[in-house]
Ligand binder design. Structure first.
Ligand code: ADP
Ligand code: NI
Length: 217
C-alpha cells in the first residue's frame, strides 16, 4: 500500500468512529460526499488526494453537534493529520477547506479560494439537495425537534453565521433559507449540472407537501 492510500484508509476508520451527528450526518453522508467530490475533482482537474482527505474530514466535530463551536472541526482534523508525514502546506490547505466548507447564511458569501475546496464544498452541498437532501433535512429537524412546517411563518435570510446558527423556525423554512439557494451557489460547472435535477425534485416535493398539508392529494 502506498503511503497516501494508507493515510486515506486510516482516516476513513477515524471518521467512521468519530461521526456523532444525526442520520443525515453519518458515515454514509461522508462517503457520498467523498465519491461525488472525487468525480467532480477529475472533471475539474483538482488534486484528488487533498479533495479526498478534506471530504473525509469535512464534518468531523461539526459545530452543529458541538454547541456551535465552529473551530473544533479544523482543530480536530489538524491534530489527526499531524500524525502522518504530510507537509505543512497540505495540512494547512485541508484545514482551510474544513473551516470554510459550511453554509453560513443566505446573505453570507462563500470564501473558498482553492479549486480543491470548491470541489468539496460543491459535493457537500449536492448532498443537501434532491431526495437525499430532503431526507437529511427532516432527519436534522427530528433530532432537534424542529416543527416540520408552520404556515405563515416567513423564512428568514440570515446575514451572519451567528444568526444562522439559530435553527430555522420550521424544516420547510430551511428549504427557502438554504436548500433552494444552493444550485446558484455551486462553484463548478460539473456541480451546477448535477444540481439541476435535484433542485427540480425539491420544487415538485414542496408543491406536493402543501397540497397534502391542505388535505388534497
Ligand atoms: P453545511 O456545512 O452546509 O451545514 P452539512 O453537511 O453539515 O453542510 O449538512 C447540512 C444539512 O444539515 C442541511 O442540508 C440539512 O439537511 C441539515 N440542516 C442543517 N441545518 C438545518 C436546519 N436548521 N433545519 C433543518 N435541517 C438542517
Ligand atoms: Ni457535510
Amino acid at each position: 500500500m502506498t503511503n497516501s492510500k494508507q493515510i486515506i484508509k486510516r482516516t476513513e476508520e477515524f471518521v467512521k468512529k468519530t461521526m456523532t451527528g444525526d442520520p443525515g450526518h453519518d458515515w454514509s453522508h461522508i462517503d457520498r460526499v467523498r465519491k461525488v467530490a472525487l468525480y467532480i475533482a477529475k472533471k475539474e482537474k483538482a488534486d484528488p488526494f487533498i479533495v479526498e482527505l478534506a471530504a473525509l474530514l469535512h464534518d468531523v466535530a461539526d459545530y452543529k453537534f458541538h454547541k456551535g463551536n465552529d473551530k473544533l472541526g479544523g482543530r480536530t482534523a489538524a491534530k489527526w493529520l499531524k500524525k502522518f508525514k504530510l507537509d505543512d502546506e497540505t495540512i494547512k490547505e485541508i484545514v482551510y477547506i474544513i473551516n470554510e466548507v459550511s453554509f453560513k447564511g443566505a446573505k453570507v458569501k462563500y470564501n473558498m479560494k482553492s479549486i480543491e475546496g470548491k470541489v468539496v464544498q460543491d459535493a457537500d452541498k449536492l448532498d443537501a439537495l434532491g431526495a437525499i437532501g430532503i431526507a437529511r433535512t427532516f432527519s436534522f429537524g427530528g433530532k432537534f425537534n424542529v416543527p416540520m412546517y408552520i404556515p405563515n411563518k416567513k423564512p428568514f435570510f440570515h446575514s451572519s453565521f451567528e444568526q444562522y446558527k439559530k435553527l430555522s423556525a420550521s424544516t420547510i423554512n430551511h428549504f427557502y433559507e438554504k436548500l433552494l439557494l444552493l444550485k446558484d451557489r455551486m462553484h463548478t460547472k460539473t456541480a451546477r449540472q448535477l444540481a439541476q435535477p435535484r433542485h427540480k425534485f425539491m420544487e415538485v416535493y414542496l408543491k406536493k407537501f402543501y397540497k397534502e398539508w391542505n388535505g388534497k392529494s
